[in-house]
Write a protein that binds this ligand. Sequence first.
Ligand code: 5GP
Ligand code: MG
Ligand code: MG
Length: 174
Amino acid sequence: MNGPSNGDLLYSKKQIAGEIRRLAREITIAYAGEELILVVVLKGAFFFAADLARQIQLPLILEFVKLSSYRDMNSTGDVTMTKDVETSLTGKNVLIVEDIVDTGLSLAFLRERLLARGPKSLKICALIDKKERRKIEVKTDFTGLECPGGFLVGYGLDLNEKLRELPAIYELNE
Ligand code: 5GP
Ligand code: MG
Ligand code: MG
């Protein structure tokens, strides 16, 4: 599948695969001898999570959440959870798997919600970190690619629900 005509290739299939191999190694080492619950943030992180989960050498449980955010002009970010996990997180190692951290508002919300369940540990793995765009402090524990900004599509990332199926990641032109 070709990329969008109004976009430039930012991260190739090969580059994404390389980052995921590294992340899987880091996660495997960090939780050695433990069980881990991956909490995947739909829909954007689903390809990432599928590739990552199959390379982590640990017993895993896969759970999914869906967030929706309403943003006004001031971008205060009013986030709600439209789909919750279906298992108890109490006393468990929980790793959030997210596609992109941008303003940080979604993850700050999710982190608080999941912390309230009393996990043994709660960490964040993000494929892409737009660090410079944070509005609220959120640190990722396992980070793939750092990117300054722009609007990205492909490998799960959408433009109005389309283009998620592209195997690489493209930056759309203005
Ligand atoms: P945040 O709450 O950190 O601002 O970002 C929330 C979500 O917005 C991300 O998890 C991601 O799903 C979406 N998002 C942020 N930047 C981009 C982007 O460049 N492209 C796409 N398709 N989605 C993005
Ligand atoms: Mg997301
Ligand atoms: Mg989206």
